[in-house]
Design a protein around this ligand. Structure first.
Ligand code: FMN
Ligand code: SF4
Ligand code: FES
Length: 628
């Protein structure tokens, strides 16, 4: 579908709304909605003749043309509730009725009613002209939507999410969860486990509504509930005026005024050695060149999903200086001539969502962008939507199912357009590299690495947090910068790249950390999330926690991953690990899974078997039962 066509849909839809207001029957209005359908091929567009509802519409009985069968009084399936339809219309207001906005509209319902009832879902389908099955499969895919069918009890008004991912787990998440669960009145409060909230430096963490309790204890969480805390604290940050006062947006102006050439800029990024910092490390300049090689119109996406357990660097930057990322994004969009930027931000970062919405409006107001040039999209609690093709599916209003490749998204991406996608931090460095020069960035690497990296360091160190250090730094150096090990804790092992990057022993503490340097150990740096373990942590428990995370977050699309993660958890929970069986399973998963989740998930137990086989637990069965 042509992007220009997408824009013109707004006009069609508003015509439909006018018809609705004029009280015209639904089957006339349907055509207007459907003709702006978001299906991948224009074949999906229907004509007025096709749309005449043979099966009847919700607001009139069925008409059976050319059949002797008796007409059904109502169409099959769940019936439309007109009161619910009115409520949904009120929530949507004059927003466009586009399919790609389905997730945004599910959020509106969830936020307002604290759940998505079947009648509201049915009404939303009617309003968006979507089949019920399509909306249902989307709504039930995302963890942050509570779909409540007829006869089911809606969730209580308050939800406490207890992070049970690895750093919170070693800091007592299970005990916290048990205590909160025991103390909660289920009619008022629901206590659930949830994956990493990107606050691992303040583990253990709980979210009460959208209010976060750092270093959580049962009493501090209960106080937050009693105090009616539901909204996030908005941190102080550099807003547009402050950023401009410091010379911000000068680099963008140089591009737009023709003082910079695209080719020179691409060369500068390549000379700097800027690589994708979302995990894959693909050279940024090269990616821009590839996207430019496909004919437009082109689009751009910013990946703010940051779901890899142990990672919180993107949140760190966006809660402090969002405009440096915006400027980098606008420069990249200029370089590849992207018509529009879609910014996908995880729902676990409500403060960041608030800041971004505010600052996009400020950019529009200041005339630095046109209205709609940057569209903010809110995730809904699915780690897999960090995988770029799954993120694109999600922006299109679908389940986050990774796509098969080729074609790559650089060629066929969002709405089938060539798409440049970047991680938040990658873009963050762009204006600074332009201002200070490629050499400045490249020279800051060590041990063969090039440039800076933002390491999210958590676990058993004294001062966890984001540490900006050269590419190629070692974990021993990072532990030193994080204030050393906590008192009484001895460095035993670490995750070099969050849940996906494997588990390495302390004896590999002097290996330079960068893309490719850990291949020989079956590990990788990925999103540069370092979690430090001590003698207190049993590696078998760590591996089980990581695989449990993948089991929960697998999108389920392909068998090797869906069944593989499940089997892996079951095998790891046995007293005796079976190295041959586990190795065979790991091979099948990494060979045959569609995307990086299933391919990388076995790294945790493969490296555990490789480096920690002498520890009670992994292979000799002498360990206690899993604790995390
Ligand atoms: C399972 C999985 C999860 C991912 N999660 C993220 C994420 O949260 N944020 C991110 O930027 N990239 C994530 N990625 C990597 C993206 O697919 C993609 O490589 C990246 O956004 C590209 O941007 P970059 O070149 O600037 O790194 C993930 C990849 C996989 C396989
Ligand atoms: S590997 Fe896992 S997450 Fe990726 S597509 Fe397959 S089932 Fe989904
Ligand atoms: S916030 Fe709990 S592990 Fe990241």
């Amino acid at each position: 579908m042509d992007v220009r066509f997408l824009r013109s849909k707004t006009a069609l839809v508003s015509t439909a709304d006018k018809l609705a207001r004029a009280g015209l029957p639904l089957y006339v209005r349907n055509w207007y909605h459907e003709s702006g359908s978001n299906s991948r091929s224009e074949k999906g567009s229907r004509t007025v003749e096709q749309e005449t509802p043979l099966g009847g519409g919700p607001d009139r009985p069925a008409r059976n043309v050319g059949s002797r069968k008796r007409a059904r009084k109502f169409p099959k399936g769940r019936q439309l509730d007109l009161a619910a339809l009115e409520q949904v219309r009120e929530l949507l207001g004059d927003r466009p009725r586009r399919h790609d906005l389905l997730i945004e509209y599910l959020h509106l319902i969830q936020d307002h009613y604290h759940c998505i009832s079947a009648r509201h879902l049915r009404a939303l389908c009617d309003e968006l002209r979507l089949p019920q099955a399509a909306a249902y499969e989307v709504a039930t895919f995302y963890a942050h939507f509570d779909v409540v069918k007829e006869g089911e009890t809606p969730p209580p008004p308050t939800t406490i999410r207890v992070c049970d991912s690895i750093t919170c787990a070693i800091k007592g998440a299970q005990a916290l969860y048990d205590a909160l669960k025991a103390g909660a009145n289920p009619a008022q409060v629901r206590v659930v486990k949830a994956p990493c909230m990107g606050r691992c430096d303040t583990a253990p963490v709980c979210e009460v509504g959208h209010y976060f309790v750092d270093h959580a204890k049962p009493e501090t969480v209960e106080a937050a509930v009693k105090g009616g805390k539901h909204d996030p604290d908005i941190p102080k940050y550099t807003d547009l005026a402050a950023y401009r006062a410091e010379g911000g947006y000068a680099m963008l102006a140089e591009c737009r005024e023709g003082k910079r050439k695209v080719e020179d800029l691409i060369k500068e990024m390549s000379d700097a050695g800027l690589r994708g910092l979302g995990g894959a490390g693909f050279p940024a300049g090269k990616k821009w060149q590839i996207v430019r090689s496909f004919s437009g119109p082109r689009l751009m996406t910013i990946n703010g999903d940051e779901g890899e357990p142990g990672t919180f660097k993107d949140r760190y930057y966006l809660e402090r200086n969002p405009h440096q990322m915006f400027e980098g994004a606008l420069i990249a969009a200029w370089a590849v001539e992207a018509e529009r930027i879609y910014l996908y931000m995880r729902d676990e970062y409500p403060a960041v969502l608030h800041i971004l919405a505010h600052e996009i409006a400020a950019l529009e107001e200041a005339g630095l962008i046109k209205k709609g040039d940057i569209e903010l999209r809110r995730g809904a609690g699915a780690y897999i939507c960090g995988e770029e093709s799954a993120m694109i599916e999600s922006i299109e209003g679908k389940r986050g199912y990774p796509r098969n490749r080729p074609p790559y998204i650089a060629e066929v991406g969002l709405f089938d357009r060539p798409t440049l996608n970047h991680n938040v931090e990658t873009l963050y460095w762009v204006p600074e590299i332009m201002e200070k020069g490629a050499k400045w960035f490249a020279d800051h690497g060590m041990n063969g690495g090039k440039g800076f990296r933002s390491w999210s360091v958590s676990g058993r160190v004294k001062k966890p947090g984001v540490i900006v250090a050269p590419a190629g730094v070692t974990v021993n150096e990072l532990i030193g910068r994080a204030g050393g090990m906590e008192d009484g804790q001895k460095f035993k092992a670490y995750l070099p790249g969050g849940a996906s990057g494997g588990i390495l022993p302390a004896r590999l503490g002097d290996v330079p950390l960068d893309f490719g340097t850990l291949d020989q150990y079956g590990a990788f740096v990925g999103s540069h999330a370092i979690v430090i373990f001590s003698q207190q942590d049993r590696i078998a428990d760590v591996a089980i926690n990581l695989l449990q995370f993948f089991k929960n977050e697998s999108c389920g699309q392909c068998t090797p991953c869906r069944v593989g993660c499940d089997k892996a958890v079951a095998l790891l929970q046995r007293d005796n690990w079976d190295p041959d069986l586990l190795s065979e399973l790991a091979q099948a998963m990494s060979d045959a899974s569609i995307c990086g989740l299933g391919q990388a998930a076995p790294n945790a137990f493969v490296t555990a078997m490789e480096f920690f086989s002498d520890e009670p637990g992994p292979t000799n069965g002498a360990g206690p039962p899993a604790r995390y």
